[in-house]
Design a binder for this molecule. Structure first.
Ligand SMILES: *Cc1c(COP(=O)(O)O)cnc(C)c1O
Length: 408
């Protein structure tokens, strides 16, 4: 009894600490499907319409009627789910179809499905890299890569984000330490800054030091590069990536699910050894159906048109904001951070923008470095030019209001 009281007290204290540091992440409730226009619930119980600039729904497929219909059809055909792990009786035709579609789309021998890319990244290192091996990881890599690396017994090396001289130093150190296999692990797109990994240099260094390359392309698959085949294709180094992980939770339909693409033998070993694959249910048929339709659209001529529109939207927003005097992080992705510096200014601006119908997210320390607070804007192919103009005008109005109130 007292043990339990102590425990709840400790949990309360942790929560109070998060609140006092201003780090509580509220969860705003959407009362509509995901899309460029959404309805959000206000604290007072009223609702408000907003233009959404913070989803990873880059091509707008999350509520595309064809994607939704494909999910419904897959569920009608295959049921709600298999109620079994893949190797028991949980492998259905639709799983094999999706794995084949991914391998063909992204140019690998084979693919393996996971409940999420978080699981794929948690699964990929431990079975493939042992004590004699080395994992060389970018410091800004996604939390799931960091956790996945922790689960492996391989020796760990870290290089300062996108610092190719540091990467080479770490590769030399791993070789000097006698590593058997070396793998470089990197995000394809770093989601806080929107910058793209320097894959031409990374693959060249990998070749020089006999290392493998693992890319997590969650923020790229579907909308970057030719056919939306991601950062390797964008940089013309597809075919030189050994392991690629990705998600169905962003461009490819917005549902939940992840995957790993690699050589046939690598995927075969993962099917035998990857713990989140062996000890978890198989992917829901609805998710598989949605992902198959999203891949079909992304690969089609319509996908090209959507990517062109996304690029045009990015250009319109960047040019408009720069002309209005905002400081934007550089980059070639639909993630555009508006740099503000001050933590409170970023949070306050995001709140005022939402009041004015523009939904964006403010990020401050410790999610980004101290003094680098920002508002992250994410564009969607389905934003109209008018909506983007409205966003820019609202940024200006809110900045002026804050300046008049002396908050900046
Ligand atoms: C979103 C994201 C993930 C997690 O993907 P889920 O499928 O949602 O678990 C992993 N890595 C990166 C780089 C991401 O952006």
């Amino acid at each position: 009894m007292t043990g339990e009281t102590q425990f709840i007290d400790r949990v309360r204290e942790a929560l109070a600490g998060i609140e006092a540091a201003g780090l509580t992440k509220p969860e705003r409730v959407l009362l509509s499907a995901q899309g460029p226009e959404i309805t959000v619930a206000r604290k007072d119980g009223s609702t408000a319409d907003a233009i959404n600039f913070c989803a990873n729904n880059y091509l707008g497929l999350a509520s595309d009627p064809r994607v939704v219909a494909a999910a419904a059809e897959a569920m009608r055909s295959w049921g709600s789910g298999a109620a079994a792990a893949r190797f028991i009786c949980g492998t259905q035709g639709v799983h094999k179809e999706l794995e084949a579609a991914l391998a063909s789309y992204l140019g690998f021998d084979d693919a393996i499905l996971f409940a999420a890319c978080f699981d794929a990244n948690g699964a990929v290192f431990e079975p493939l890299f042992e004590e004699q091996d080395a994992i060389v990881s970018d410091t800004l890599n996604h939390a799931s890569i960091i956790d996945g690396i922790r689960l492996s017994k391989a020796k760990r090396y870290r290089f300062a984000t996108s610092d190719m001289a540091d990467l080479e130093r770490q590769l030399k150190a791993a070789r000097a330490d006698g590593a058997r296999t070396i793998v470089i692990a990197t995000d394809g797109v770093f989601s806080m800054d929107g910058h793209i990994a320097n894959l031409p240099t990374i693959t060249a260094l990998a070749a020089r030091y006999g290392a493998l390359v693992m890319v997590d392309d969650c923020h790229a698959t579907g909308h970057l590069g030719p056919e939306g085949r991601g950062t390797p294709a964008l940089h013309g180094v597809d075919g030189r990536i050994d392991i690629l992980t990705g998600t169905f939770g962003k461009t490819l339909g917005g549902g939940l699910g992840g995957f790993i693409c690699a050589a046939r033998e690598v995927i075969a070993l993962l099917r035998q050894r990857a713990r989140p694959y062996l000890f978890s249910n198989s992917l829901s048929p609805a998710t598989c159906g949605a992902a198959l339709e999203a891949i079909r659209i992304a690969r089609s001529g319509e996908g090209d048109a959507l990517r062109q529109q996304l690029a045009a939207n990015r250009k319109q927003f960047r040019e408009g904001m720069a002309a209005a005097g905002f400081d934007l992080a550089l980059g070639e992705t639909p993630i555009i951070p508006v740099l503000l510096g001050d933590d409170r200014a970023a949070q306050e601006m995001a709140a005022l923008l939402l009041e004015a119908g523009i939904y964006v997210t403010g990020f401050s320390y410790p999610v980004v470095p101290k003094g680098k607070a920002r508002i992250r804007v994410q564009l969607c192919a389905k934003h109209s030019p008018d909506q983007i103009t409205r966003a820019i005008e609202t940024f200006v109005t809110v900045r002026d209001t804050m300046a008049a109130n002396g908050s900046r």
